[in-house]
Design a protein around this ligand. Structure first.
Ligand code: F6R
Ligand code: ZN
Length: 174
């Protein structure tokens, strides 16, 4: 009776389509279909209680929006005491981080890279490669997501790919 099945918790998937991600980008790409899949998040969520953990796998498709790299919406945690780990299992990308003063920077992501996200840092994934970027996350179940704060004062950089080059530009529009 030693060979038990692991965990057994239900994994749910949520899919972000281009039509729901359009306003993340500098401009609309007419060559992309509204239903183009940008990213999927597979997750196991617990009741929002201190001590419980959530787990997730984000799969970023290798899509560009007029040359701008595919990115997640990005968020602060609602509960600013909640930190997070990201671990890259496949692909190449950037983890864009921003502190509460609006200072913004990136960490390189590559197969096996581990990232610690402080509880007061906003975070966004960016797929800079031409393959899937797969990132595993673990965070407290009572963290919550504050997306509104990013919409009001968003990340100050935009990331583009031109051939093999990654170009980081200061953002002019939201
Ligand atoms: C959870 C977390 C990730 C993201 C996921 C999608 O705290 O950081 O699981 O939720 O990568 O990104 P968003 O939620 O910004 O669309
Ligand atoms: Zn998070």
């Amino acid at each position: 009776d030693w060979d038990k099945e692991p965990c057994g918790k239900e994994v749910t998937v949520s899919t972000k389509l281009y039509k729901d991600a359009k306003d993340f980008y500098e401009s609309v790409d007419e060559s992309l279909h509204d239903d183009t899949v940008m990213y999927e998040v597979y997750s196991v969520s617990s009741q929002s209680e201190p001590g419980k953990l959530n787990w997730g796998l984000t799969v970023m498709h290798p899509v560009k929006v007029n040359g701008e790299c595919n990115m997640t919406r990005g968020h602060f945690h609602e509960n600013m005491d909640c930190e997070e780990y990201y671990w890259c299992s496949k692909g190449t990308g950037l983890l864009m981080l921003m502190d509460e003063e609006g200072k913004c920077w990136c960490e390189k992501m590559y197969e096996g890279s581990l990232h610690h996200i402080r509880s007061d840092w906003a975070h966004r994934l960016i797929n800079t490669g031409d393959t899937y970027l797969k990132v595993v996350a673990c965070w407290p179940a009572d963290a919550g997501h504050d997306y509104a704060r990013i919409e009001h004062s968003g990340f100050t950089y935009r990331v583009y790919c031109e051939g093999k080059d990654i170009i980081v530009k200061e953002r002019r529009t939201n």
